[in-house]
Design a protein around this ligand. Structure first.
Ligand code: NDP
Length: 388
């Protein structure tokens, strides 16, 4: 029987990579749902090509046009935030959550209720709402698999071990496009320069987060949520080649690491095929390049985003939700050329030192509405801090 698949954020980088994988093996899969925000052209193309059962476009203004374009297809078209339980009656086999930002939380939660496996790339949902996601996964018996390359690797390396067995976990960072750029040149970085990652092809938001290492801030928090390991054991290390995705130093003297090509199809595909993907003839790592693996400490002066981690762990648990929201706003302002590249992290550092922010960080999050409440609070607050 064909496996039924949902791709949340199908028009994005992770969503498109997922469809590439499925396209190579279409006799074994059927597409139950694809979603997008505004890219109606790509969504229509995907719906036709993959004979999707359902599609959702977030932005209502494209709804009628899409419906008309697909009038001769079996695809049902929806828009906005709807209940997935209402349109998908039978549990699907696999869902990938690949919407960018906290916008991905709504459908991540909806998908938890109707899927057997939920592969999560949308790190912002994990960072902001892990307790809610985890409790729902228990309630609905949904298996959660991390897709982010570092977390996919940590998951594989630590699944048969406990915190007691582990001395240290190193999360690797490529250092992004400005690893070797002098500090004084960072002032004038443009959005085009910042979205050109040397090793990975990704969406704009995560590319900016990678350029100033905010991505590592989120990934470290993401790891502390996903794995039952003392947060103090995580460290970030620069590894410009991006072949090694994480390194685990075990107490028994062994060090283990996972290496693979800088291609998100590898972790995604392994979550689809239960870690039995076949990349033997497709994308092999060139072993000769392993002679040139280098590792070095993060230059905190150049990448002060890493300082946020210490500050964040010293205040209330709400801090990551608010830092994520503020960062989303700042990235969007930078992409519109309204603030400078360095303003992103400088504003976040100001935010975490703000008295009011610290006070709010100790509030309790009881449900998803609370997450949206404090997310909104931080968005308004960061505008006061960053845009004069
Ligand atoms: P992209 O920007 O390439 O794609 C984002 C997807 O989300 C698109 O389908 C987009 O639709 C949709 N989307 C955007 N805003 C909204 C919204 N408000 N409501 C509903 N849908 C929306 O992002 P990536 O694929 O690069 O990243 C997706 C997630 O995966 C992120 O959380 C990222 O951190 C994570 N990730 C990505 C990696 C990568 O290599 N790209 C690696 C590891 C993690 P539309 O096209 O219509 O705008």
């Amino acid at each position: 029987m064909k496996k039924r698949i949902i791709i949340l954020g199908s028009t994005g980088s992770i969503g498109s990579s997922t469809l590439n994988i499925l396209e190579r093996d279409l006799s074994n899969f059927s597409i139950t749902l694809l979603t997008a925000n505004k890219n109606y052209k790509k969504l229509i193309k995907q719906a036709k090509k993959f004979n999707a059962e359902n599609i959702i476009i977030k932005d209502k203004k494209y709804f009628k046009y899409i419906k008309n374009e697909l009038r001769n297809y079996k695809t049902k078209v929806y828009c906005g935030n709807i209940s997935l339980k209402k349109i998908i009656k039978k549990k699907v086999d696999y869902t990938i959550s690949a919407i960018v930002g906290i916008a991905g939380l709504y459908y991540t939660i909806e998908a938890l209720k109707i899927t057997k496996i939920l592969a999560i790339a949308n790190k912002e949902s994990i960072v902001c709402a892990w307790n809610i996601i985890y409790n729902l996964s228990l309630k609905y018996k949904t298996k959660i698999l991390p897709v982010d390359s570092e977390h996919f690797s940590i998951f594989n390396l630590t699944k048969d071990f406990s915190d007691n067995d582990i001395e240290e976990i190193l999360i690797t960072a490529s250092g992004g496009p400005f690893l070797d750029t002098p500090l004084n040149k960072l002032k004038s970085i443009t959005p085009t320069q910042a979205t050109k990652h040397p090793n990975w092809k990704m969406g704009k938001k995560i590319s900016i987060d990678s350029a100033n290492l905010m991505n590592k801030f989120f990934e470290l928090i993401e790891a502390t949520k996903l794995f039952n390991i003392n947060p103090k054991k995580y460290k970030i290390i620069i590894h410009p080649q991006s072949y090694v995705h994480s390194i685990i130093r075990f107490k028994n003297g062994l060090i283990k690491m996972i290496l693979y090509n800088t291609d998100m199809e590898i972790p995604i595909s392994n979550t689809i095929y239960g870690f039995k993907s076949d990349f033997s003839n497709i994308k092999n790592i060139n072993v000769e390049k392993l002679n040139q693996l280098t590792f070095k400490k993060v230059n905190i002066k150049k990448f002060p985003s890493i300082k946020l981690l210490n500050k964040c762990f010293k205040i209330g648990k709400l801090a990551p939700i608010m830092i994520n929201a503020a960062n989303e706003e700042l990235v969007s302002l930078f992409l519109k050329n309204k603030i400078k590249f360095l303003d992103i992290v400088n504003s976040l550092l100001k935010l975490v030192d703000d008295k009011e922010f610290k006070k709010v960080s100790y509030k309790k999050v009881k449900n998803v509405d609370d997450i949206y409440l404090y997310d909104n609070w931080a968005r308004l607050k960061i505008h006061n801090i960053s845009v004069k």
